[in-house]
Each structure stands twice: as C-alpha cells, then as structure tokens.
Design a protein around this ligand. Structure first.
Ligand SMILES: [Zn+2]
Length: 85
C-alpha cells in the first residue's frame, strides 16, 4: 500500500514538474508595442499649413513630381508649391 502512495506522489510530482517546465520558457515573446501612431500621423500642407492625415496628403516623395518631399492638402496647393513668399 505504501508503494502505491509513493508511485502516485511521484506521478503527480512528475506532472507538476513537466507543466512547470513547459510553462517556464514562455517568457518575453512580446515585441515592443511602440510606433502606434503611424496611421494617424498628421502632416502640414507646405502651402497653407493645414494639418491633415499623412494617408490623405499629397505626398510628393515619388508620387507627385517636383514637390521635393513636401506634403500638400490638395492637388491645387501641390501645383502652387511651398509658400515661400
Ligand atoms: Zn494646403
């Protein structure tokens, strides 16, 4: 009868150790949750200075010719160019 109790305790202990070993290495798999402002980023129109979402801006970087990396609120302001004077 004592043997049975020892076997049961040993089995329970092994199961507990296995569970602990399986749950142990699961640490720090989370990537840093930063840069969540990519979608709602606002840019200013180079002509009138109005703020608008980057996704809606007229972005000249390769999209429109001759805007030099500036953002514009509309095609009209893109044509007018940056407000220099
Ligand atoms: Zn504008």
């Amino acid at each position: 009868m004592t043997r049975l109790i020892i076997i049961v305790i040993a089995v329970v202990a092994i199961i507990w150790l296995l569970r602990r070993a399986l749950a142990g290495p699961r640490t720090g798999a989370k990537p840093p949750a930063e840069g969540g402002e990519q979608k709602g980023e606002l840019v200013a129109c180079a002509h009138c200075g109005v703020n608008l979402p980057k996704a809606e801006a007229y972005d000249a970087r390769g999209v429109l010719p001759g805007a030099g990396g500036n953002f514009y609120c509309s095609e009209e302001h893109w044509r007018l160019g940056p407000k220099d004077g």
